[in-house]
Design a protein around this ligand. Structure first.
Ligand SMILES: Nc1ncnc2c1ncn2[C@@H]1O[C@H](COP(=O)(O)OP(=O)(O)OP(=O)(O)O)[C@@H](O)[C@H]1O
Ligand SMILES: [Mg+2]
Length: 321
């Protein structure tokens, strides 16, 4: 894993390590709009505008904020520099402001352009406080927020912030992010495609896949990935460990092994377990995609022009040199 030069500030995710997230239409449209704008930088400059450079992604854990940021950076051909709260919020009073300065100094010294990603941004950018309960702490925090505002304003590169708690973010900081994208839990069509992706090289016939996806309403992509990969792991490891390998036992073990995030409500599969009708409908053992009859193939990829997001290098202005 590469690191930012000039300090132990965060890690770098490279473009070739990115995976393409399966996104709902609104997020896909917002992403395409932003990319198109960045690629049209020169034309925008000619009419006195600049492409927007700051976005905030908000949504529950596991909904794909980090994945989307990495993907977006990859689309621009840039590495993603992940800055975590521990890098900014010091353990001693008075260090927060210094860390903000250190981080932006380090970022601005980078020779290669990058996309900066502030993860768990609510921890850094919490609303300024005026309760007077602990004046020293409040003063220190508020000073850090002011420093952050100033450095955000002065920085001309790409910044993406991510948070599970949009409401906690300081409103002035929030306004600095010109693009706000909510990562909601996926709908039925996306759930089918997410399951199909992570079940590969196994596959479910269309009706079985749709049934399982329905039982996963309110599940985040991360939970679906855990389920699909849990099934595959069981199929490989279970027989070696002498575990019962009938369908219901395998599903029961996989479901018990992960827990939906409480903020998102419990998908039906976690209420009913292996008794769920979606599980009962699944032909067992799972088959490989190549062994499924053609007429019960995977769900078709939707034909949606906004879904086709081309790769193109960002034409960076000053910083690209
Ligand atoms: N839209 C998606 N399509 C396919 N896989 C996804 C999608 N979103 C998330 N995943 C998978 O789910 C897992 C969690 O995603 P990610 O870490 O991006 O979520 P997050 O919103 O950043 O979570 P957190 O709030 O915990 O940081 C990853 O393994 C990722 O591959
Ligand atoms: Mg994340």
């Amino acid at each position: 894993m590469a690191r930012l030069t000039g300090g132990k500030l965060g890690k770098l995710l490279m473009p070739d390590e990115a995976e393409e997230p399966i996104l709902g239409r609104p997020v896909r449209a917002a992403l395409l709009e932003w990319l198109t704008e960045i690629w049209a930088e020169d034309e925008l400059t000619a009419v006195g505008l600049a492409a927007r450079r700051r976005a905030i992604f908000h949504g529950a854990p596991g909904t794909g904020k980090t994945t989307l940021a990495h993907h977006l950076a990859a689309r621009l051909g840039l590495p993603l520099a992940i800055i975590r709260p521990d890098d900014v919020v010091g353990r001693f009073m008075g260090t927060g402001i210094t860390n903000v300065a250190n981080i932006f100094n380090a970022i601005e010294q980078q020779e290669e352009p990058l996309v900066v990603f502030f993860d768990e941004f609510e921890t850094i950018a919490q609303k300024r406080m005026t309760t007077g309960v602990n004046e020293a702490v409040e003063h220190d925090h508020n000073a850090m927020i002011n420093a952050l505002l100033a450095r955000l304003d002065a920085y001309s590169g790409f910044i993406i912030a991510a948070t599970n708690h949009a409401k906690l973010i300081d409103p002035a900081i929030w306004r600095r992010f010109e693009i706000q994208i909510e990562l909601a839990v996926p709908g039925q069509g996306e759930r089918e495609r997410i399951l199909a992706r992570y079940l590969a090289p196994f596959a479910l016939p269309k009706r079985e896949l749709a049934g399982l996806a329905e039982a996963l309403e309110t599940a985040a992509p991360s939970l679906m990935r855990q389920l699909a990969e849990g099934l595959k792991r069981q199929i490989v490891v279970g027989p070696k460990a002498d575990w019962p390998m009938d369908r219901d036992s395998v599903f029961a073990r996989v479901i018990a092994a992960s827990e939906p995030h409480p903020d998102l409500g419990k998908p039906r599969l976690w209420s009913l377990g292996a008794e769920d009708k979606a599980v009962k409908a699944i032909t067992w053992p799972l088959r490989r995609a190549a062994d499924l009859p053609a007429e019960i193939d995977l769900p078709p990829t939707p034909v949606d022009p906004s879904g086709v997001i081309p790769f193109r290098k960002a034409r960076l202005t000053e910083s690209a040199g």
